[in-house]
Design a protein around this ligand. Structure first.
Ligand SMILES: Cc1ncc(C[n+]2csc(CCOP(=O)(O)OP(=O)(O)O)c2C)c(N)n1
Ligand code: SF4
Length: 278
């Protein structure tokens, strides 16, 4: 007898497509792909009940490599598309995923308002502190003295964007940081983020081995934060003031109610048409 996904235990393989990633060997994004599939399997979410939405960038290729519903959309526009999907289909588990350039530069405005709006979904940013796909320009999270970017000789010279602090200040309901060197840990963060109601933001330090080979050394500097997540924004903010970007774990778990707009139709199509009759 054939077993359906409804009756057999789902495994990470059930969420992988048969398309081979074109990422450079050693790119951190492989690990995030594996973490997403592990998290979905752990939660037992049927593939037809999940969607991965992205913008543009190496990391944003991720929907193609999963076998859930997917949208590879416009640069910087993963969040509005993902929010629209979740609002229209609240039954789906919606994950938005992409890079630091996509999410914090061109998509920065959407990031602020997605945190603020607090729709129940999960946003994963594969942060490699560079634009990988467009061959190594500085991104919003690049250090001011990073000198290897051709467009910023001498370094960008400005302080990096602090995604966790911005997420907290803007109202995200779950804030965490992981590192691709430990995909099981990242899978746990993603599963926890999916389970937690509201907008969950997970920054994953994901080395770009081609344009920032020095990021391979992150494995020596990351440290799991020994602290329990707090639900007090002021306490989370104090922790962030001493954060050097390498503390891993769940920083904040809020209890704001997710935003669920009333999508019931206020009028029939015939009534709407009537309004436009001249
Ligand atoms: C509107 C628009 N502007 C610029 C680009 C060029 N572009 C493609 S990917 C990208 C940056 C990607 O960087 P990031 O999001 O950090 O992802 P990574 O490639 O590092 O994973 C840019 C600027 C584009 N595709 N569309
Ligand atoms: S250029 Fe960097 S981010 Fe893009 S696939 Fe290669 S290693 Fe990954």
């Amino acid at each position: 007898m054939e077993t359906t996904t409804a009756t057999r235990k789902l495994t990470p393989k059930d969420y992988k497509s048969d398309i081979k990633p074109v990422w450079c060997p050693g790119c951190g994004d492989f690990s995030v792909l594996s973490s997403i599939t592990k998290a979905l399997a752990e939660l037992g979410i049927p593939p037809e009940q999940a969607a991965v939405v992205s913008g543009i960038g190496c990391s944003s290729r991720i929907p193609a490599y999963t076998s859930v519903y997917g949208l590879h959309g416009l640069h910087g526009r993963a969040l509005p598309a993902a929010i629209g999907l979740k609002v229209a289909r609240p039954d789906l588990t919606v994950i938005a995923a992409g890079g630091d350039g996509d999410g914090f530069s061109i998509g920065g405005n959407h990031f602020l308002h997605a945190c603020r709006r607090n729709v129940d979904m999960t946003y994963i940013v594969m942060d490699n502190e560079v634009y990988g796909m467009t061959k190594g320009q500085a991104s919003p999270t690049t250090e001011p003295d990073w000198e290897r970017g051709k467009l910023t000789p001498g370094g960008p010279g400005i302080n990096p964007f602090h995604p966790l602090a911005v997420a907290l200040a803007s109202g995200a309901n779950f804030i965490a940081r992981g590192f691709t060197g430990d995909p099981n840990y990242v899978a746990r963060l993603i599963a926890e983020g999916i389970r937690h109601p509201g907008f969950s933001f997970i920054q994953v330090l994901s080395p770009c081995v081609t344009f920032r080979p020095e990021e391979r050394e992150w494995k020596k500097v990351v440290r799991p934060a020994p602290v329990e997540p707090t639900s007090d924004p002021a306490r989370a903010a104090r922790r962030l003031m001493t954060d050097d970007g390498f503390n891993l774990g769940v920083l904040f778990k809020g209890d704001r109610r997710p935003f669920r707009p009333d999508t019931s139709a206020r009028a029939t199509v015939a009534e709407l048409e009537q309004e436009f009759v001249v």
